[in-house]
Design a protein around this ligand. Structure first.
Ligand code: SF4
Length: 335
């Protein structure tokens, strides 16, 4: 359960009832409270990259989302829904490590009603087409849901909207506040899974596989559309045995239901590698360029993916496993 070491309130956030409520709540808890007058976030300590990173991950900013222009979110959705940025998890490979600065604090927005009403405008513009919003493009929104309540509001909002759909992905298990909401099948919740050995090695401060699956089971029982992302897949010594067991566990509780699988092999960029090494100098993440194939990316930077032979073997393995246990319709993609 995420409990920040310090909370920084943007002054404007205190003009909203949620901002006030959170201030009262944190005043009763043993956390440092700081304020930001101009929206600049200062006061997060740390000298080395590792310290700055760790202190950032322990900092919650309660703010107001000012610019209400949404970023696009291709190809999986039309727009990012900006409810949270940052994540309290400390996955060594996380894509956010290169995006959130040296002190990657977690920020929630108290003006969620304004954000949702902006989403409504985007939906109107695209009508009669359906507009899809992604709630986890720059975060894992679950660890801070108990403070923001943003997912609950978004799920209910999209539940009532004819032309909008909502989706988000999480590694976390605190989903109880989302059960029994009127989602009307408009929100898809995807759980990101890995083998326990990879979780323990690389996905610090996140729940084990069994806890994630238990949360997914609750979500399934609440009738939400559900999906699983198996990522990043690492090809280590006994990966086939362990990923095979992972699928057997999923099959036990989810056989026969409409499920979508996304499977993503591990990849890294040069920039991400440098960043990871500054935060985790003794990381054992497999990032040896010589052992990988370089693939040019669409934004001018390339990434290191597994070599062709390994990738073919990996794709074949996951395809067969999913086909055998669940069926072809359940494969979204394997890359
Ligand atoms: S849980 Fe997701 S968003 Fe959070 S650190 Fe891990 S990979 Fe990044």
């Amino acid at each position: 359960m995420f409990k920040p070491r310090r909370v920084i309130f943007e002054e404007k956030a205190l003009e909203y009832s949620l901002g006030e409520e959170l201030l009262k709540r944190f005043e009763k808890e043993n956390v440092d409270i700081l304020y930001s007058k101009n929206g600049r976030i200062t006061g997060i300590p740390g000298k080395s990259p590792g310290e700055m990173y760790g202190e950032g991950k322990n900092t919650l900013v309660v703010g107001v989302r000012k610019g209400l222009k949404f970023e696009s979110c291709k190809p999986s959705a039309h727009y990012q829904l900006p409810i949270v940025s940052g994540c309290s998890g400390m996955c060594e490979y996380c894509y956010l490590n290169t995006q959130m600065g040296k002190r990657p604090y977690i920020k929630i927005h108290v003006n969620i009603d304004e954000i949702l009403s902006k989403a409504g405008k985007y939906i109107e513009e695209r009508k009669p087409d359906i507009t899809i919003f992604e709630g986890a493009a720059t975060s894992d929104p679950i660890p801070v849901e108990k403070y923001s309540g943003a997912l609950k509001k978004a799920i209910e909002y999209f539940g009532e909207n004819e032309n909008g759909l909502f989706r988000f992905v999480t590694k976390y298990a605190e989903v109880d506040s989302l059960l029994n909401l009127k989602h009307n099948n408009k929100t898809t919740i995807r759980f990101s899974l890995n083998t326990n050995s990879m979780i323990k090695k690389y996905e610090h401060k996140t729940p084990l596989l069994e806890e994630r699956l238990l949360a997914a089971k609750k979500i399934k029982e609440s009738g939400y559309p559900l999906g699983f992302i198996i990522a990043p897949v690492f090809l280590y010594e006994n990966w086939k045995d362990e990923y095979g067991e992972l699928f057997d566990k999923i099959h036990k509780d989810f056989k026969g239901i409409d499920l979508k699988f996304e499977v993503i092999s591990h990849r890294f960029t040069k920039r991400a590698k440098e960043n990871i090494l500054s935060i985790y100098p003794s990381t054992t993440l497999p990032m040896e360029e010589d052992l990988r194939k370089f693939k040019y990316g669409q934004f001018g930077y390339g990434k290191y993916i597994y070599k062709d032979e390994e990738l073919t073997d990996m794709k074949e393995f996951f395809k067969n496993k999913i086909l055998y246990l669940f069926g072809e319709d359940n494969i979204n993609y394997i890359i």
